[in-house]
Design a binder for this molecule. Structure first.
Ligand code: AP5
Length: 228
C-alpha cells in the first residue's frame, strides 16, 4: 500500500482500494465524491451507473429500472458484470472507491475471486430517522444531475438548479414508501457484509452524523491513523 498526500494546493494522491458501505442515505456517494476529488482516484457508483443506463434506455437500464423504482436490489449477475468492466479500465489499477458495491455477500465473493484486494471498508453509521429525512428531501436536476436538499442544501430559486436552471425532481426511489423497501433490503441483504468484512479485519466504522466536512474529516483521520 502506498500513499501520498500533500497539502497546500498540490495534488493529493492515495493508492488504496476502498469500499463505502452503509444504508441508503448514509452519505456513501457524498463522501466518496469528496475523497475521490481530494485523492485523485476514481469513484465507482453502481447506483449512478444504473441511473445513467435507465436515462439512456440501454438494455441494462431496461432490466434494472423496475427493481430500482421499487427500492429492490438488481440481480447480482448484472451488477458483478458491470463492476468487472469498470475495474478493467486502466485508471482503476492504483486505487478506487466503490460506492454502493458490494451490496450482497455473493457480490463481495465475486470481487474477491476476481483478484481485487481491498484495503479498507468504511461503514457509515447513521440513525434511521436521519436517513429518511436526508432521502425524502433530496432533489436532483433533471438536466445536469446536480443534487440539492430542500433543507440542508436548498437551491437559491425553489425547484430550479442554480447551475443550469433545470427543473429539480425527486428520485422515484426517494419517496417515503420506497425508502422503506430500500431500508428493508439493506437489513436483509447488505448488512451481513458488516460481519463479512469485520471477520477479514477490513471494517472501519465511521460516525455518519454531522455535516459533510466533519464526516469527511473523520474518514481522513482514520486513514491517517491506519497509515501510522
Ligand atoms: P444507490 O444510488 O447506491 O442508492 P442507495 O445506496 O440506496 O442510497 P443513496 O445513494 O441515495 O445513499 P448514499 O449513502 O450514497 O447517500 P448520499 O451521499 O447519496 O442505488 C440505487 C439503486 O440501484 C438501489 O436501490 C438498487 O436498486 C440499485 N443498486 C445500486 N447498486 C447495487 C448493487 N451493488 N447491487 C444491487 N443493486 C444495486 O446522500 C443521500 C442524501 O443525504 C443526499 O440528499 C445528500 O445531500 C444528503 N446527505 C449526505 N450526507 C449528509 C449529511 N452529512 N448531512 C445532511 N445531509 C446529507
Amino acid at each position: 500500500m502506498r500513499r501520498e498526500c500533500k497539502e497546500g494546493g498540490q495534488t493529493n494522491r492515495i493508492k488504496m482500494k476502498l469500499v463505502f458501505l452503509g444504508p441508503p442515505g448514509s452519505g456513501k456517494g457524498t463522501q466518496a465524491k469528496l475523497l475521490c476529488g481530494r485523492y485523485s482516484i476514481p469513484q465507482i457508483s453502481t447506483g449512478d451507473i444504473l441511473r445513467q443506463a435507465v436515462r439512456d434506455h440501454t438494455p441494462l437500464g431496461e432490466q434494472a429500472k423496475a427493481y430500482m423504482d421499487q427500492g429492490l436490489l438488481v440481480s447480482d449477475d448484472l451488477i458483478i458484470g458491470i463492476i468487472a468492466e469498470c475495474l478493467r479500465k486502466s485508471d482503476c489499477g492504483e486505487g478506487y472507491i466503490l460506492d454502493g458495491f458490494p451490496r450482497t455477500v455473493p457480490q463481495a465473493e465475486a470481487l474477491e475471486q476476481s483478484g481485487e484486494v481491498l484495503d479498507h471498508v468504511f461503514l457509515l453509521e447513521v440513525a434511521e430517522a436521519e436517513l429518511v429525512g436526508r432521502l425524502t428531501g433530496r432533489r436532483v436536476c433533471s438536466s445536469c444531475n446536480q443534487e440539492y436538499h430542500i433543507q440542508f442544501y436548498p437551491p437559491s430559486r425553489e425547484g430550479y438548479c442554480d447551475r443550469c436552471g433545470g427543473e429539480l425532481l425527486q428520485r422515484k426511489d426517494d419517496k417515503e414508501e420506497t425508502i422503506g423497501h430500500r431500508l428493508v433490503e439493506y437489513e436483509r441483504r447488505t448488512k451481513s457484509l458488516v460481519d463479512y468484512y469485520g471477520g477479514k479485519g477490513k471494517l472501519r466504522r465511521i460516525a455518519g452524523d454531522g455535516n459533510l466536512e466533519t464526516i469527511s474529516g473523520r474518514i481522513r483521520q482514520e486513514l491517517e491513523d491506519i497509515d501510522r
